[in-house]
Design a protein. Structure first.
Length: 316
């Protein structure tokens, strides 16, 4: 920027010196001739007009040149700095909120674990029934902590582009069926029926592990919030040059005002119900990030009391 200022100053000086030289050539002879005769007055006026026209045009062009090369880039840089400052404030706000959420989510189970251990150490361990009950609770809270840490690591890997090297074309049906095998015990325990529907030859390109992780979160989420004995439909359809996968349940549903924030980290529609179901609000955030990795579109429709359907639409 310093060099540009020096160049602009030099251009202004040179232009004005040239203008002064031209003025001497045109105007000084005119003043001497005007004293002797006025016969060529029109010629002299024409010369003056040319001089001022050239001078004004030159100053305008020089002004445009300085604006385009100095003022405009400075304005653009200032605007970019303001936008960067706003993004920085936004990122700082998200970071603070994230740290607060993580601290809260860690503190709750740790406080519970610490309290039960302290109670056991003070003599409650002598009672087999109490001991068994407390150990079971500690195991549940420890499992919750483990799941949260694993989910946070997954999010960190995705956001830092630490992707697995198994990107390839894979069969959607096979990947979904492998996922369902792992979730069948949870579904059976709640009496939920898993119904599948697949079009023929559905394949997409990407990491099969990330895809299974996404489907695991969607289907497990549907199981958690389904009614006892309800049904869940997992469908995969060919749609022109796209593949659409949907997970639909007959669960409690989600109110419309919550849909926009549904994929935010740690966002839970009903915190008490989510805590009871074992949710910590990271599952759908992971789904969103994995969908972004695939370049897929993610959508949700829901009605309170009727159920929810999640759509993931992939390019072929």
């Amino acid at each position: 920027m310093k060099n540009k200022c020096v160049i602009a100053a030099a251009e202004l000086v040179i232009f004005n010196l040239l203008s002064l030289f031209l003025a001497c050539k045109l105007l000084f002879p005119f003043l001497g001739e005007l004293a002797a005769s006025t016969a060529d007055a029109d010629v002299h006026v024409y010369r003056i007009s040319i001089f001022f026209t050239v001078y004004i045009a030159g100053m305008l062009l020089l002004g445009i040149h300085i604006y385009m090369n100095m003022i405009k880039p400075v304005s653009k840089a200032q605007k970019e700095l303001e936008e960067a400052a706003q993004e920085s404030k936004k990122a700082e706000l998200i970071r603070k909120e994230f740290v607060a959420n993580v601290s809260h989510e860690l503190k709750t189970p740790l406080t519970s674990i610490s309290g039960f251990i302290e109670t056991l150490q003070q003599g409650a361990a002598e009672d087999p029934e109490i001991r068994t009950k407390f150990i079971d609770i500690i195991a549940i809270e420890t499992s919750r902590l483990k799941r949260m840490i694993e989910d946070l690591l997954v999010l960190s890997d995705i956001e830092n582009k630490k992707e697995t090297a198994d990107k390839k074309e894979f069969d959607v049906r096979g990947a979904v069926e492998r996922t369902l095998l792992a979730l069948e015990p949870i579904a059976e325990d709640k009496g939920v029926i898993l119904v599948t529907s697949f079009d023929e030859n559905i394949c997409i390109h990407g990491s099969v592990d990330r895809f299974c992780q996404m489907m695991m979160n969607l289907i497990e989420n549907a199981i958690k919030y389904s009614k006892q004995g309800g049904r869940i439909w997992i469908c995969a359809e060919n749609r022109a040059q796209k593949v659409q996968i949907s997970v639909r349940d007959e669960g409690i549903g989600i109110a419309e005002e919550h849909l926009e924030r549904l994929f935010e980290r740690f966002y839970r529609v009903d915190k008490s119900r989510s805590a009871k179901a074992g949710g910590i609000g990271l599952g759908l955030s992971i789904v969103k990030h994995i969908a972004m990795l695939f370049g897929a579109e993610l959508g949700v429709e829901s009605k309170v009391g009727e159920g929810t359907v999640f759509y993931v639409t992939f390019e072929r």
